[in-house]
Write a protein that binds this ligand. Structure first.
Ligand code: FES
Ligand SMILES: [Fe+2]
Length: 378
């Protein structure tokens, strides 16, 4: 059994003497199912981005660790999330992304729902030609809504409905990045891509947290953003990552840059920060652009990484935007062999969770401490 008290204690020690999570947290479907409840459903987790449903009526089905959810922009323009099932016989309502013009019509017996989830029509429910029945109270049979909050364009969901309000949970990070409290404008079709990796989702978090690997895995990045220009970010129980003090803007052939976010203090001229917000959202912020990566666990050993790039203005230079997306895609692709290699390594029964560099791996240890804390609260 992986989750013995001994394992927990070893993981929660100070970083210099701690061990990492045992193999089962990366390979065992039973542990994966336990993580689903404790690390995703009971907290605020990333589902998608609001830019996935840009127009009124846009509806996108999303598999959230096996739970069929429906992301939709309702008639009033609000982003909402429902369980993607009909209240009649539980049929999947919307199997493919599409724009809802009128109502959401169940393909089975044609019960219809508004984009706000209300049950609006139940044809022949009382018999041929009888579209109502006293026993079927429409007011109580709307779609099951999931608690939702949009921040930095990420659609965060709390499936259990029991987490503290998002603004309370993440007050620390909201304050940390309050300088960037301006609209993030998605770069559009050329500013989104998905990478699917043969790895547990946590290895993607762990690799994103730390800058230790930059010299070897990202030689291009390291040429202008060296190890010594980075610092660790650790907010126990919430998020961890790294910052750089030597951010340089991407420039076009004629020296053009993206516009800055408005009103930034000088320190952001050359600073950038990258944090993994537990469990599954990886965020980056810079003076002139931002990114959000939503990790979608497909199984215990496969993860989709949905990457989105944002700017301060709606109009940006298309060629510069494409160059920026290509640059980030290269960086994130460079990380694939290590997350897949670590996943393959978890098949070795001799691995004991590994050791950490006390100087460089604090953010990763911080994440493991959160994972274990949710399994065995102190
Ligand atoms: S299952 Fe949807 S209308 Fe019957
Ligand atoms: Fe990396």
């Amino acid at each position: 059994m992986p989750d013995t008290a001994t394992d927990f204690a070893a993981i929660r020690r100070p970083v210099a003497v701690a061990r990492g999570l045992p193999n089962a947290h990366y390979t065992d479907p039973v542990v994966h199912a336990q993580e689903r409840d404790r690390l995703f459903f009971d907290v605020w987790a990333g589902l998608a981005v609001a830019a996935d449903v840009p127009a009124t009526g846009d509806a996108v089905p999303v598999d959230f660790l096996g739970v069929p959810l429906l992301l939709i922009r309702d008639r009033s323009g609000q982003v909402r999330v429902f369980q993607n099932i009909c209240r009649h016989r539980g049929m999947i309502l919307v199997p493919e992304p599409r724009r809802i013009e009128g109502a959401i019509r169940c393909p089975y017996h044609s019960w219809c729902y508004g984009t706000d989830g209300r049950l609006v029509a139940t044809p022949h429910v009382g018999g041929p030609g009888m579209n109502t029945h006293a026993a079927v109270d429409k007011a109580t049979l709307g779609l099951i809504e999931v608690r939702t909050h949009v921040w930095r364009d990420v659609v965060w969901v709390n499936l259990s409905g029991t987490a503290p309000a998002f603004e309370n949970t993440h007050a620390d990070l909201i304050a940390r990045w309050s300088d960037f409290d301006a609209p993030l404008l998605h770069g559009g079709a050329d500013s989104r891509f998905t990478l699917t990796v043969r790895s547990n989702w946590k290895l993607a978090v762990e690799n994103f947290c730390e800058s230790y690997h930059l010299p070897w895995v990202h030689p291009g990045l390291n040429a202008y953003s060296r190890l010594e220009d980075h610092y660790n970010i650790e907010a126990p129980g919430l998020y961890s990552g790294q910052g750089s003090t030597l951010y340089r803007q991407i420039r076009g052939p004629a020296g053009g840059t993206f516009p800055d976010f408005p009103g930034l203090p000088d320190r952001w001229d050359t600073a950038a920060e990258y944090v993994a917000v537990y469990p599954n959202v990886l965020l980056g912020t810079h003076r002139d652009h931002a990114f959000a990566i939503v990790l979608q666990p497909l199984s215990q050993h496969e993860t989709a990484e949905h990457v989105h790039l944002y700017y301060a203005t709606a109009e940006t230079d298309p060629s510069l935007r494409a160059a920026n997306a290509a640059q980030w895609k290269t960086v994130f692709e460079e990380d694939i062999f290590v997350v897949e290699g670590m996943q393959a390594g978890r098949a070795a029964p001799g691995f004991d969770g590994g050791r950490f560099s006390p100087a460089m791996d604090g953010p990763t240890h911080c994440f493991h401490d959160w994972v274990v804390g949710r399994f065995a609260p102190a």
